[in-house]
Structure formats: C-alpha cells, structure tokens
Write a protein that binds this ligand. Structure first.
Ligand SMILES: C[S@@+](CC[C@H](N)C(=O)[O-])C[C@H]1O[C@@H](n2cnc3c(N)ncnc32)[C@H](O)[C@@H]1O
Length: 228
C-alpha cells in the first residue's frame, strides 16, 4: 500500500510524532474506503495526522479530540496549513459522544502497558509525552472504556478502527467490542521494530508475559468494529 501521509512539518516536543501505528490506521481507513462522505471522529488525535488523512480523503466532517493542549494547538495549525476543515476539541475522547453519532470513529489511543517502576527518564523526549503511551499495568486503561463507549459513538452501520500493540491484547478488544453488539475483527497487522518506549520496557513486558520471550519486534494490530 502506498498512502501519501500529510507532511505535518516539525512535531514539537510534547506531541506524539506519527509512527507506524498512525500510518497503519490511516492505511486501513483508506484501503477500506471508509472516509469519503463520512462524519468522522478521531479520538486521540495528537498531531492530527489521522484526522487530517480522513479530511483529505473527503470526509464530510471531522472532529478530533485530545487532552494535551500542545497536541490540540499542533493539530489546529496542521489543519490550517493543509486547508483542511477539522474541529479539534481539547478534552477527553469521551467528549466525542456530545458531537456524535459518527459514521467512522478512529483511535490510536495510549496502549503501552506501564511498568510499576517509573521509567520516563529512560525514554527519549522525542518519543512524545508519557500520556501518549502509558495505559496502566495491562495497557487497557483507555482501550476498555473506549470499547464500552463504541456503540454510543457510532451511527447505524458506522465503523470504528482502533490500532494497538499485541502487548495490550487484541483478542480482548475484539471480545469487548462484540460484547457491545458490534461485529468486530482484526483486519490488519504489522511487525515493527521496538521504538524507544518498547525498548525501555521489553524486559519487563517479557517478564510479565505481555511479550514473547526473546522478541525483538512488536506486532501492531488494527481492529475493525461495525455497528448494526
Ligand atoms: C499514541 S498517541 C496518537 C496520536 C495520533 N492519533 C497518531 O496516530 O499519531 C495518543 C494520543 O492520545 C492522547 N490522549 C491520552 N489520553 C487521552 C484521553 N483520555 N482523551 C483524549 N486524548 C488522549 C495523547 O495526548 C496523545 O496525543
């Protein structure tokens, strides 16, 4: 697949720089033809790269959400520079319910399991802020409530795409979405080299069974859920 990702210029400190997970999510959205004409929400927008890709793929409207003021400012600037019509809201992804329902909900949430010992100082600043990846001991502190909220965010026949790591249990995401009445499945996977956060946590992740022993790469996974 050869998606042309929007150049967002320099990503300032404090904003998650678009990475393989951002790009895999965009690739799946484009390949599935989900954006054209759709009312879209991007739940954890960061730099705005996924929201912008939806806008540039002819979404009817795009609402983006992030708790980080630096990310919100960056996403707004990127949208202006690209001439894209994005409404970027500062606040929790859960605010999306106020603006829904949506035909398409996109999420690259924080999903990295968090070691009991604070390792923030071991992770280079250009990996983005800790709130972009830290997601509790099992990596599911955002994923679980997002799965529960999914049917309330989606319009009839709407689709949700979520990307996360194998470390945060994709089968659990599929099961949680199905238990909410959605048709859910894994639709894309990619092996990627460890980034700085995974490198810092790999030994701990292996020791608690969240990564296979000896792993040197991580599998990232896109889950699709469709509302009836
Ligand atoms: C992994 S980054 C993804 C950024 C971007 N969507 C991308 O794909 O490159 C996760 C983002 O979620 C934001 N975030 C963390 N908790 C959040 C919450 N409860 N509600 C909304 N955004 C949140 C972080 O500030 C960060 O920008």
């Amino acid at each position: 697949m050869t998606t042309a990702y929007t150049d967002l210029g320099t990503i300032e400190a404090g904003v998650y720089p678009p990475q393989e997970d951002s790009h895999l999510l965009i690739d799946v959205m484009i390949a599935a033809g989900l954006a054209p004409g759709a009312k879209v929400a991007d739940l954890c927008t960061g730099s705005g790269v996924v929201a912008l890709a939806a806008a540039q793929a002819d979404a009817a409207e795009v609402a983006a959400f992030d708790i980080c003021p630096t990310a919100v400012a960056h996403a707004r600037r990127s949208a202006t520079a690209a001439g894209a019509n994005l409404a970027v809201h500062r606040g929790s992804w859960a605010r999306a319910r106020e603006f829904g329902p949506f035909d398409l909900v996109l999420a690259n949430p924080p999903y990295v399991p968090q070691a009991p010992v604070d390792d923030t100082d071991d992770i280079p600043a250009d990996a983005g802020p800790a709130q972009a990846w830290n997601a509790g001991a099992d990596g599911r502190s955002v994923l679980d409530p997002m799965c529960t909220a999914a049917p309330h965010l989606l319009a009839e026949g709407g689709t949700m795409l979520i990307v996360h790591s194998e470390c945060s249990n994709a089968e659990q995401t599929v099961t949680a979405l199905r238990s909410e009445g959605l048709a859910a499945d894994i639709v894309a996977q990619q092996m990627i080299p460890f980034g700085p956060v995974m490198s810092a946590r790999a030994d701990w992740l292996m020791s608690v069974g969240l990564l296979p022993h000896g792993a040197t790469m991580e599998r990232i996974i896109v889950i699709r859920a469709d509302a009836p």
